[in-house]
Design a protein around this ligand. Structure first.
Ligand code: ATP
Ligand code: ATP
Ligand code: MG
Ligand code: MG
Ligand code: MG
Ligand code: MG
Ligand code: MG
Length: 276
């Protein structure tokens, strides 16, 4: 009720406006997914269905929030890049405080709750024979970056992390499948360099690391492209084409249709200006 004697409690709310004219990155990450993945018998080191479920949820995010221009995902995490704030946001009064800045708590809570709901709703589509046993949940953080170059470096940082983790996990699970305990595999890999791991995979397991699926090695990105006046969402999953839902097509399919180039996934590109 307005102007009641209780109104003063609002004064305790802190001002959490995000600085205007900067790029906003929201990164969400599954809570205790090491355990969650074991409880739901994810394939190791990479469960493709679980990754595609994450990708599909990220596509839903781009459908729901028009101001997200790009998303990058790996493992149980996804980063969403919101375009720098403009007067355009004036219309969304409830999300914003003047002068047209996002409220950090709103942005974060909307992102995390929407992603989590989508994850639960879509679970059956990706795991038709695997019952969801416990509620999945995600944490999230928001960081503002003043320049697109820094956002590019941010994405490169996440992708390097993806590579390092995937290379380690690939070796780790090969050793475990060979009969080592998890502890022994961990000990075995302690102190090894990237070169040693590649060598191990090649010599012992006859695996050429560079030939593993790109989605595992490099992660996934989702962005918008205007094609014949229809706005589509594309998910680059390492050259593997496959449509999930109405809007999700791979870059390769897209480039065959002509008219728009693909984005490098080796180094994720941040669009200087949203292409809408
Ligand atoms: P925290 O709550 O701190 O994030 P966590 O257990 O989620 O803890 P992370 O560092 O986020 O730890 O790592 C996520 C873990 O989830 C991975 O180590 C892996 O075991 C598991 N995981 C996530 N996605 C997949 C997948 N697609 N296939 C197999 N395992 C996965
Ligand atoms: P916002 O996104 O800004 O919160 P909102 O539409 O959720 O917008 P609120 O002020 O939060 O607006 O009000 C919630 C509205 O949801 C109520 O006005 C009512 O119409 C509806 N609602 C919520 N719970 C119930 C309920 N149990 N029974 C009937 N209607 C409900
Ligand atoms: Mg975490
Ligand atoms: Mg996690
Ligand atoms: Mg993680
Ligand atoms: Mg409400
Ligand atoms: Mg309400």
């Amino acid at each position: 009720m307005a102007n009641s004697k209780y109104e003063y409690v609002k004064k305790f709310e802190t001002d959490d406006r995000l600085s205007p004219s900067s790029w906003i990155v929201v990164r969400i990450d599954g809570c205790h997914f090491h355990r969650f993945s074991a409880e739901h018998a994810f394939a190791k080191p990479n469960d493709e269905n679980a990754l595609n479920l994450m990708n599909s949820c990220a596509v839903s995010m781009l459908e729901q929030f028009p101001d997200i221009v790009f998303a990058y995902g790996v493992s149980d995490e996804y980063s969403f890049i919101w375009k720098e704030t403009t007067q355009f946001y004036q219309r969304r009064a409830r999300l914003l405080l003047p002068p047209f800045a996002f409220r950090k708590s709103k942005l974060l809570s909307l992102s995390v709750s929407y992603f989590t709901s989508a994850y639960v709703m879509k679970w059956k589509e990706f795991f038709p024979h695997n019952e969801l046993k416990v509620p999945p949940y995600f944490d999230g953080r928001v960081v503002c970056y003043p320049r697109a170059k820094i956002v590019q470096d941010y994405l490169a940082w996440r992708q390097v992390d993806c590579h390092i983790n995937n290379q380690y996990n690939t070796c780790f699970w090969m050793l475990v499948k060979l009969g080592k305990t998890e502890r022994e595999a961990q000990e075995f890999l302690k102190g090894t360099q990237a070169k040693d791991k590649n060598e191990l995979l090649f010599q012992q397991f006859n695996v050429n690391y560079d030939k593993l699926p790109q989605m595992f090695r490099k992660g996934s990105c989702i962005y918008r492209k205007k094609v014949n006046q229809i706005l589509l969402f594309f998910c680059h999953i390492g050259g593997r084409s496959g449509e999930v839902g109405r809007y999700w097509k791979s870059c390769h399919e897209n480039s065959k249709q002509g008219g728009c180039g693909t984005h490098g996934y080796n180094r994720p590109q941040v669009l200087e200006r949203a292409p809408v």
